[in-house]
Design a protein around this ligand. Structure first.
Ligand code: NAD
Length: 328
């Protein structure tokens, strides 16, 4: 069939039979989403540079531990994406933010003009990295309220369930984006389409700015931030800086009062360890450059000074240098 003479909508429908997905970065979250999508019968391939994890998945299947339930599923996993040949409908990028550029570069041969690239990673900056490789109309961003961590190679703990909110970064959600969301819903992923991804990402960024670095530096659970006047004060200044940057940059936030929102999240997740604290505990690099660092970067662009966020980045980086690295 020559696509040139066929109306676009028919070409689209033709490719809409069986969803073909590659997940780049099949650690905790990539494996979890891979499990949901493969379990629904879609064609899923997991890509991860962690050879031991890949070998374990191919040998014994991927295990998702959900409370006292163990779900085991065989999903093809690969460490070298160059060996994959088939174009994908959807590529989900689930590496840590500082690995995004390398990850997407390694998978560009799986992208045609129908492919959507989805990032549900934390922080701000991943979309901008993807835009260096992929046209904006093919990029989807969003947030996930699922939680997961790696227990050992091949085994993932599903720590918490929640909504996935996603949409095209240019706000132009059409048939293809809705089709993907439908596929997610059919796979048991609670999903919502959103036309304002920047607001979504910055709403979440405000929370991470107020909670992550402080809990990581002090080695405390989220709720403890509300028990000390010193941490409350620091939270207030960090969030105020982020708020000033967002308003100067004309980035809309959903919340009228971001500080109260951050406090309510710290309270609701009082017993949780933030992802930045967990990274430090595991001896891993954090995503601070995409959280407090994102405020500094945007602040520079719009002429807002961000001294409190600068201190957080410097302290976290110094802390990263002291911790011992572990394999996962
Ligand atoms: P993770 O470290 O468990 O998984 C990342 C995986 O990417 C690792 O297995 C690593 O080997 C792999 N990787 C690194 N470079 C690669 C490359 N070039 N190509 C292919 N694979 C590569 O991390 P995670 O906890 O799953 O988090 C992923 C993203 O999701 C982060 O941005 C995180 O902030 C976000 N997130 C995590 C959670 C959570 O509960 N874990 C929740 C919400 C959002």
């Amino acid at each position: 069939m020559t696509t040139g003479t066929v109306p676009a909508v028919i070409t689209l429908k033709k490719g809409m039979n069986k969803l073909k997905v590659a997940i780049i970065g099949a650690g905790a979250m990539g494996s979890l989403y891979g499990y949901y999508l493969a379990n629904a019968g879609y064609s899923v391939e997991l890509v991860d540079i962690w050879q031991q994890h890949v070998d374990e998945i191919n040998r014994n299947g991927l295990t998702i531990i959900d409370g006292n339930k163990h779900h085991n599923i065989f999903i093809p996993a690969i460490a070298d994406p160059r060996l994959l040949k088939e174009m994908k409908d959807l590529i989900i990028v689930f590496v840590k933010s500082y690995q995004t550029a390398e990850a997407i570069e390694s998978c560009l041969h799986l992208v045609n003009e129908q492919t959507r690239i989805l990032t549900l990673q934390n922080g701000v900056g991943n979309v901008e990295i993807l835009q260096q490789y992929i046209p904006s109309e093919q990029i989807m961003g969003g947030t996930t309220s699922h939680g997961a961590n790696v227990k050992q190679p091949g085994q993932i703990i599903h720590a918490g369930k929640g909504k996935t909110v996603m949409g095209r970064i240019d706000g132009q959600n059409r048939t293809r984006e809705r089709w993907l969301a439908e596929k997610f819903a059919k796979a048991g992923i609670e999903v919502e389409i959103n036309d304002n991804i920047q607001t979504l990402l910055w709403d979440k960024l405000m929370v991470n700015v107020g909670i992550n670095a402080l809990t990581a530096l002090l080695n405390i659970e989220n709720g403890k931030l509300l028990e000390m006047e010193e941490t409350q004060m620091l939270m207030k200044y960090l969030v105020a800086e982020a708020g000033n940057v967002s308003s100067q940059a004309k980035i809309q936030l959903t919340c009228q009062n971001p500080l109260e929102h951050v406090k309510s999240i710290a309270e609701a997740t009082g017993d949780n360890k933030s992802s930045m604290l967990q990274d430090l505990i595991k001896g891993r690099r954090t995503e601070v450059d995409y959280i407090n660092g994102a405020i500094i970067k945007k602040g520079k662009e719009v002429g807002v000074s961000t001294p409190y966020n600068k201190v957080m980045v410097a302290l976290i980086k110094a802390k990263e240098k002291q911790v011992k690295r572990e394999p996962f």
